[in-house]
Design a binder for this molecule. Structure first.
Ligand code: SF4
Length: 385
């Protein structure tokens, strides 16, 4: 009853778990889910899995739950890097607004739109990985498989509360059809597993599905603070030097602001200065300096709303012990370390998607489906699910 009478609409999101069960049990629906790297880090810790066991375990878990297809969210992270790094070079080459601020965290985008609209021209026009994946599944996968949009139900599984309202923004529901139909937090996803009484022994490891199967270590790093900037730098350095960057970024804390991590990369003809900060309050001084005309010499600035990044998102269950963040961050680092495919720009499935569908990064179609615009906050701009 309270779901129907909630005056703010916040409780509408409670329905999403039930909606996903309904879609899974509807034989006319093809239910497609994609799961974020930070969710997997939590599941690895929760189920006592090694960093390389967890992806097949989660793919197997989703199949057991009844998802028709399970995709790896990291594919969307790779797609984001292709678009965002191309945008960075376009801005550098064309005298565009610099520095470029990342836009993959909807908590940060909401904050910028509400509190600092003056910074919006600095935000990358790239949609978040969630919305890129939703748009790609609804436009490319549906066409490839011959599935009507009425029969396709897309579920994003994330560590994040802000992604629920992001998926409900009207600009992400072209012609009234949302790109992402439901957003489940880590907590909600694991509750569904419990409701189905699935135990660890019931899960048979499986593979994520084609056509978005292969992913890079760079994309896995999106789950913790600094990871987006690091993945973009790997592509930027390869563009500048022709050689892959095989060392991790050496982020050092800024002397002025202890929460600000800075890395400098020397490449032929160009020095890149990268910054990463997490926790919105920590970002305030940097934003105020930028709005006062001091860009601090940065080229790319990553901002994530949650301290430490998505690994600490509000959609995870409450930590049971101290030090969990460190363990989960290490899981993501170790996955990157052990993956043969390190770079987003080398991902064969990404390259095939461009060849078959998007053409090239920042193409007309890519702009239509993978990019967005921002505007100062209007209270009526959130559509209910
Ligand atoms: Fe969501 Fe937090 Fe990650 Fe931002 S940092 S995308 S708010 S979980």
């Amino acid at each position: 009853q309270c779901v129907r009478t909630c005056p703010t609409g916040a409780l509408d999101y409670v329905r999403e778990r039930g909606d996903v069960f309904t879609a899974i049990n509807d034989p006319t629906k093809k239910v497609v889910g994609f799961v974020a790297p930070a969710v997997r880090a939590h599941i690895a810790k929760e189920y006592g899995l090694s960093h390389m066991e967890v992806a097949p375990f989660v793919a197997g878990m989703m199949k057991k739950m009844g998802f028709d297809k399970s995709f790896d969210f990291v594919f969307a992270a790779d797609l984001t890097i292709m678009e965002e790094t191309t945008e960075l070079f376009d801005r550098l080459g064309n005298g565009g607004v610099m520095p470029l601020y990342t836009s993959c965290c909807p908590g940060w985008v909401n904050y910028a739109e509400r509190r600092y609209p003056g910074i919006l021209p600095h935000l990358s026009s790239c949609k978040s990985p969630q919305q890129m994946m939703g748009a790609t599944v609804k436009a490319h996968f549906a066409k490839r498989e011959g599935i009507s949009l009425d029969d396709l139900y897309v579920v994003s599984i994330v560590p994040c509360m802000a992604k629920k309202s992001e998926a409900a923004r009207p600009e992400f529901a072209p012609e009234g059809i949302r790109d992402v139909d439901a957003v489940l937090t880590t907590t909600e996803f694991l509750e569904m597993v419990q409701m189905l009484r699935l135990e660890k022994e019931d899960i048979e490891p499986a593979e994520f599905d084609l056509p978005y199967k292969q992913v890079s270590g760079a994309g896995v790093l999106f789950g913790s603070s600094g990871g987006v900037a690091e993945a973009a730098t790997r592509m930027a350095v390869e563009k500048l030097t022709g050689e892959p960057l095989r060392t991790r970024l050496d982020f050092v804390p800024s002397e002025e602001y202890p929460y600000l991590k800075v890395a400098t990369i020397e490449a032929p003809g160009r020095t890149l200065r990268i910054a990463a900060i997490s926790g919105l309050g920590n970002a305030d001084p940097i934003i105020k300096r930028l709005l006062a005309g001091d860009d601090m010499g940065f080229d790319l600035v990553e901002i994530m709303a949650c301290p430490g990044g998505c690994i600490n998102g509000a959609g995870h269950p409450k930590p049971k012990s101290q030090g969990e963040t460190g363990i989960k961050t290490m899981i993501l680092s170790n996955i990157d370390e052990d993956m043969a495919l390190k770079d987003s720009q080398q991902n064969p499935d990404i390259l095939r998607l461009y060849e078959d569908f998007y053409g090239e990064p920042n193409s007309h179609l890519a702009h239509e489906l993978l990019h967005t615009t921002y505007a100062p906050f209007r209270g009526d701009a959130i559509a209910k699910p």
